[in-house]
Ligand binder design. Structure first.
Ligand code: MN
Length: 725
């Protein structure tokens, strides 16, 4: 079905009859070339046909809603694809139209945005806890490839909030809360200030009708009282600016319901105190004029000490730029003044949306949009300068990475969100749901597709764990899980295994590993077995199998030892004992920092002696490709030197944090090789420390000491690089 055959379903639907279409077309005509306007008109017809017969709760035809959402974005000057996606945003969810059909008629970008909005729609917002709201906001931003998905979603939400009165009281409260906790902060993060303010006021009104009425009345009264007064001040300032040769636009600033309410709560101030503050905004044409304007204003009224902020030199993280100052107005009433350029004002109102504003670089239109183009360019280049990145796409990515450095947000089939560390696998997810689910998981569906248990999860995926009665954890999981919870649960389970079960499991694992060499546990070379047992200090085969079953030894490594001399053409050798004092011929890998007590293996590098790795290190994978290059090694009983190891600490950002941690480490009698500190989003620092330790016990002592510090959120030894297969 294409657009035209759909149109055939509704004879006589003149485009002009669709509620809101006339206004929408009038808006987009002011900045889009005619062929883009034609596409938008076509999308409106397509959407109207798809939603034909559906009504909103208010009784209006359904299409009025997406058209109104599109109108909100047209007012921000967004490109045609975004407008079209807004018009079609409910089509996949609520009609029989598929993503493919949208792609056919309106292109890939539009289809991808609509699909993204549909996915967001299926996410439920459950918990009222701030922590959950916070991860939800981050997740929203993290999971979408194209931030226009969020922009369309915000427009959708804005219109739903405008028409919230037709909903039941209960639904109203839920949606209003969600709007205040999730969507308004997201709009703010993206610099969509106008949308943020509207969402806040509408959300506040719906959630607290009484309180908002009181504040609204007070604001109205104050506005009446202030009008004349503000008029006078405006005149004074304008005249002063004129004498200084500055051309400026002076506006009085409206106060917003929710921000008044928030101020009252935060600063514990009385309503009158918050309301009786005058707000002025002065718009000029160049950044240096802002500073001259500030001088003029400070000469006219005395500035309040400590209230001046220079967001031009140091913009906010969402790109906002302005000078802020507070003056003692006539009668000592505080007067809050914002000074910025017209360009900065554009960014302040529409933030990241400026990035997708229609750019008239195409030959279809003249230079009429150059101001807009200029503004968009200014905004992007501003932010890129802040971020030090090369192009807009990179910038968007960096915003995202900046927001969620080391977490992935995934869903249960019911829509609950789980936050896992980056690199977490399906098994980690299963254990995060519940230990029993982890212990009994046998397979999983990720986004409805069957996947292996070691699959690394990505943002926004929905994970369904398939469990089986009587299933049990596989010791090999320990080598790829990323969370401590999964690892300790697996170990715990394995420990609790009966001896006989462990032997049986070990037999299976070893058989699997031996199969590669056409061998099995029952057909081992007796000499090789006796030799191996002797080397490992084990009394019999059963003991070896039990250790494998309990995850204490890796089956593939044991299998390799059990090969008879001639097998594989590789010369078999007894494990080398390392004491750390061998000198230049034995080195320790920088990728995984092995220390005594770690299970290790050595790589024979021609001409450079051997390099010791931890046997869980990804680089050991090479083992399979070049078995002759690897050599079993064990630690000597008493190693008397120090080895470097790495510890990662997540701690609150505080002055002197690194010094405090260093002091704590020093108190355990440990040297620190070097340390790096990375600032993360929010108030968290990631500190990586290289420490000199004797063995794993020593390292554990350091970790325990750091963990006790109140500002420390997390501390762990750095994982070796993970295996990829
Ligand atoms: Mn909608």
């Amino acid at each position: 079905m294409d657009a035209s055959s759909l149109l055939g379903l509704i004879p006589g639907t003149g485009a002009r009859r669709l509620p809101g279409l006339k206004e929408l077309l009038a808006s987009v005509e002011t900045y889009l070339p005619s062929e883009q306007v034609a596409r938008i008109r076509e999308a409106a017809d397509f959407g109207a046909a798809a939603h034909l017969g559906q009504k909103r709760l208010s009784g209006e035809p359904y299409i009025s809603h997406p058209l109104a959402a599109a109108q909100i974005l047209a007012e921000l000057g967004l490109d045609a694809d975004t407008i079209i996606a807004a018009i079609l945003h409910d089509v996949i969810e609520d009609t029989k139209i598929s993503r493919e059909q949208i792609e056919e008629s309106f292109g890939k970008d539009v289809a991808a945005i609509v699909d993204g909005v549909t996915k967001l729609h299926n996410i439920q917002f459950k918990s009222r806890e701030e922590a959950q709201a916070e991860s939800f906001r981050k997740m929203l931003l993290a999971m979408v490839r194209d931030l226009r998905v969020i922009i369309v979603k915000l427009a959708d939400r804005t219109h739903n909030m405008r028409t919230i009165d037709s909903m039941s009281v209960q639904k109203r409260r839920k949606i209003a809360r969600e709007t205040l906790e999730i969507y308004a902060p997201v709009a703010e993060r993206l610099g969509l200030y106008k949308i943020k303010l509207e969402l806040e006021d509408l959300g506040f009104r719906a959630l607290y009708p009484q309180r908002s009425r009181v504040i609204e009345r007070a604001l109205k009264r104050a506005r009446g009282n202030q009008k004349e007064f503000l008029g006078k001040i405006e005149k004074t300032i304008k005249a002063d600016l004129g004498r200084a040769g500055i051309k400026a636009e002076v506006q009085s600033r409206e106060k917003h319901l929710y921000s008044v309410y928030r101020k009252m709560r935060h600063k514990k101030s009385m309503l009158a105190q918050v309301v009786d503050v005058y707000g002025l905004r002065i718009l000029v044409d160049a950044p240096d004029t802002c500073y001259r304007t500030l001088g003029v204003v400070h000469a006219a009224f005395r500035p309040m000490p400590g209230r001046f902020k220079d967001y031009i030199a140091i913009p906010r993280s969402n790109g906002y730029q302005s000078l802020h100052t507070t003056l003692f107005g006539p009668n000592g009433v505080p007067l809050e003044v914002q000074i910025r350029t017209h360009d900065m004002h554009g960014v302040a109102e529409s933030g990241i949306a400026a990035h997708w504003k229609y750019k008239a670089g195409t030959p279809t239109r003249g230079s009429g949009d150059s101001a807009q183009q200029e503004r968009a360019r200014a905004w992007v280049s501003n932010l890129m300068e802040m971020q030090g990145s090369g192009n807009p796409e990179e910038f968007i990515e960096s915003v995202k990475v900046d927001l969620f450095p080391d977490k992935v947000y995934v869903f249960t089939p019911k829509g609950a969100i789980l936050r896992l560390p980056r690199g977490a696998t399906v098994v980690d997810f299963a254990y995060a749901v519940h230990t029993d689910v982890g212990n009994r998981c046998v397979a999983a569906k990720v986004d409805r597709r069957l996947t292996s248990l070691r699959t690394v999860l990505r943002n926004g995926q929905t994970v369904q764990i398939i469990t089986a009665m009587g299933a049990s954890p596989n010791p090999s999981w320990v080598s790829f899980v990323a969370t401590a919870k999964a690892r300790s649960a697996i170990r715990q389970y394995l420990k609790s295994l009966q001896r006989s079960e462990a032997v049986e499991l070990g037999t299976q694992l070893l058989n699997a590993a031996l199969a590669e060499f056409q061998l099995s546990v029952d057909r081992l070379d007796p000499q090789a077995l006796a030799q191996t047992l002797k080397e490992l200090g084990l009394k019999d085969k059963e003991e070896l199998l039990r250790q494998i079953g309990l995850g204490e030894r890796m089956a593939p490594l044991v299998a390799r030892r059990l090969l008879p001399d001639a097998a594989d053409g590789a010369p078999r050798s007894a494990p080398l004992t390392v004491a750390g004092t061998e000198g230049l011929l034995v080195t320790y890998a920088r990728c995984c920092h092995p220390i005594p007590d770690d299970p290790i293996i050595a790589f024979l590098s021609t001409g450079r002696g051997i390099v010791i790795h931890r046997d869980t290190c990804a680089n050991v994978e090479d083992y399979h490709k070049h078995p002759d290059k690897w050599q079993p090694v064990v630690w000597q009983q008493d190693v008397s030197r120090y080895f470097s190891s790495e510890v990662r600490v997540e701690a609150m950002n505080k002055v002197g944090m690194l010094a405090a941690i260093s002091a704590a480490i020093a108190s355990t009698g440990t040297n620190i090789g070097h340390a790096t500190v990375e600032r993360r989003d929010g108030d968290i620092s990631l500190i990586t420390l290289e420490v000199e330790v004797k063995d794993r016990k020593h390292l554990a002592r350091i970790v325990r000491t750091i963990r006790k510090m109140p500002e420390v959120l997390r501390v762990a030894r750095t994982h070796p690089p993970r295996r990829t297969s």
